[in-house]
Design a protein. Structure first.
Length: 315
């Protein structure tokens, strides 16, 4: 018995667009800006006007977000004063560590591109590798360090979706200087303290383990400022689709990088010498902590993203 040929990605995307066209009112159907909400950051859509939420389960090609702090829906709406800017947000994203294929992780970005999105604002929760980037800092990403991209887990592996796409995508200027500029201008408009917003380099790791101390030290020494388990696949595909991209990483925790390893040898010797050492318990990171910071900083992230959208020149 022969099997039907697998559906092409383009026909899958076309069917998703058809469904959206039947659900959305015409003023929301052509979003200009796309937003990806990171862990605990789905509040970024809380102030959309005329909001319509579309569950991923009603859109073929979409996966389901299985991580706490990620909703499985797109939100369409208007942002800003007057007529408002039409936008679309992923209220939750897909991560490779959940078991999603990278093609599923980036599928919503391809859909956004075909809805007309020209500017993409990607957010995430990330661990800080730099004492000068404390918890709560919003890091405007300048560049990435993507070990999976370099070692065989690149989201652009495989046949090109369109013959017009470059086979070898240059990624040296992925993070739009003009959008990054708007982030700092928006922060000024909102009177945020200068320490609220910083700049740095995002390291993408597959997760789901948080970093061992040696891994954290390795990434820091390699030049990364923050580390997370998402974002880079979405950025690469958005670039392939011709979008302007910016990334805002919210620092939710420090990566544990002790200056000195606890030495069991020294501890035992000290006990034998009758002078036991008092060793503090090592810290550890939890997703609950990550979500708590997302909740605490959700309001300021929302105001910042809204202001950036208002400042993007209309086409
Ligand atoms: O989706 P993001 O990158 O914001 O989520 C981060 C990375 C992991 O998914 C999770 C770890 O706590 O938060
Ligand atoms: N890999 C990684 N991802 C995170 N997401 C939020 N915090 C962290 C972290 O410390 N490490």
């Amino acid at each position: 018995m022969s099997h039907p040929p697998p559906e092409s990605p383009l026909s899958l995307i076309a069917s998703t667009l058809d469904v959206l066209a039947t659900i959305l009112p015409s003023h929301l159907l052509k979003p200009q800006v796309g937003i990806v909400c990171g862990s605990g950051l789905s509040t970024l859509a809380s102030t959309f006007r005329d909001k319509v939420e579309v569950p991923y389960s009603s859109l073929r090609g979409f996966g389901s977000s299985t991580v706490p702090g990620h909703k499985s829906a797109l939100a369409f709406g208007l942002v800003g004063p007057g007529k408002g800017v039409p936008v679309v947000a992923m209220l939750g994203r897909f991560h490779a560590y959940e078991g999603h294929a990278l093609s599923t992780v980036v599928y919503p970005i391809r859909v956004m591109a075909r809805l007309g999105v020209k500017n993409l604002i990607v957010t995430n929760a990330a661990g800080s590798l730099n004492p000068e980037l404390p918890v709560g800092t919003i890091v405007v990403i300048q560049d990435h360090l993507a070990l999976p991209n370099l070692t065989g887990l690149n989201p652009l592996l495989g046949p090109l979706l369109s013959p017009s796409y470059p086979r070898f995508l240059p990624i040296s200027s992925a993070y739009s200087p003009s959008l990054r500029r708007l982030a700092f201008i928006a922060s000024h408009h909102l009177s945020l303290p200068p320490s609220a917003l910083s700049e740095g380099i995002y390291a993408w790791v597959s997760g789901p383990t948080y970093e061992s101390p040696a891994e954290g030290r390795f990434l820091r020494n390699a030049g990364a400022s923050v580390v997370g388990m998402s974002t880079v696949p979405e950025v690469c595909v958005a670039k392939e689709e011709g979008m302007e991209v910016m990334v805002l990483s919210l620092v939710t925790n420090f990566v544990v990088i002790p200056e000195k390893y606890r030495s069991i040898k020294e501890e035992v010797q000290a006990e034998l010498d009758g002078k036991p050492l008092h060793i503090a318990e090592a810290e550890s990171v939890s997703h609950e902590e990550v979500l708590a910071i997302g909740k605490e900083k959700g309001e300021v992230m929302t105001r910042l993203v809204e202001k950036i959208i208002e400042l993007i020149p209309s086409p």
